[in-house]
Design a binder for this molecule. Structure first.
Ligand SMILES: [Zn+2]
Length: 180
């Protein structure tokens, strides 16, 4: 009798752990359902929904116009070849060959991938006149753009690394794999 009870308990544990695993997978799929590197359609969601979908830090920067600590992003000094996407929705934003070392403490670029990558908004917060940049697809706050960048554009897009996703270029990845 004891053995039967123990077996039943074991089955119960296995079934419930499987169930929770399924729930996690569903949540992950739900989280990424809006994310796409190719879909250019506008993405509009109520803030409560973004809060559920995004991590605390991404939500604070992307939806509450927060700023990450300078020099805290791994992308700040990264020289890897590839493409930077919006971490919230997957919209392509910058190519690594337009990235430069500005010394400001945040990943900096001089040109966007396309005109639809970004939306520009005047920002007079903190007693400064600046131009805020938002993702062109999901309207998440990314950072600011300034007129002191290098040629050919003379622009400096100063972007919070926490709202960037990076994907290595295919060729660079192959070369890397050949070497290692
Ligand atoms: Zn976006």
């Amino acid at each position: 009798m004891k053995r039967i009870f123990a077996t039943l308990c074991l089955i119960g544990i296995v079934v419930s752990s499987c169930k929770s695993q399924n729930n996690n997978t569903n949540n992950m799929e739900e989280k990424k359902a809006h994310y796409s590197n190719t879909d250019t359609s506008k993405l509009v969601k109520p803030e409560e929904e973004w809060k559920k979908l995004l991590s605390t830090e991404v939500y604070r920067v992307a939806r509450e116009k927060g700023t990450e600590r300078p020099y805290s992003s791994k992308f700040e000094s990264s020289k890897e070849i590839g493409t930077y996407y919006c971490a919230v929705c997957g919209n392509p934003l910058f190519k690594s060959d337009t990235k430069f070392e500005s010394g400001c403490g945040w990943p900096s670029f001089y040109e966007t991938i396309s005109k639809t990558s970004i939306i520009y908004k005047p920002d007079s917060s903190h007693g400064m006149q600046r131009t805020e940049v938002e993702c062109g697809r999901c309207n998440s706050h990314l950072g600011h753009v300034f007129n002191d960048g290098p040629p050919p554009t003379g622009l400096r897009y100063c972007i919070n690394g926490v709202v960037l996703d990076f994907k290595k270029a295919e060729e660079a990845r192959k070369k890397f794999e050949e070497k290692h």
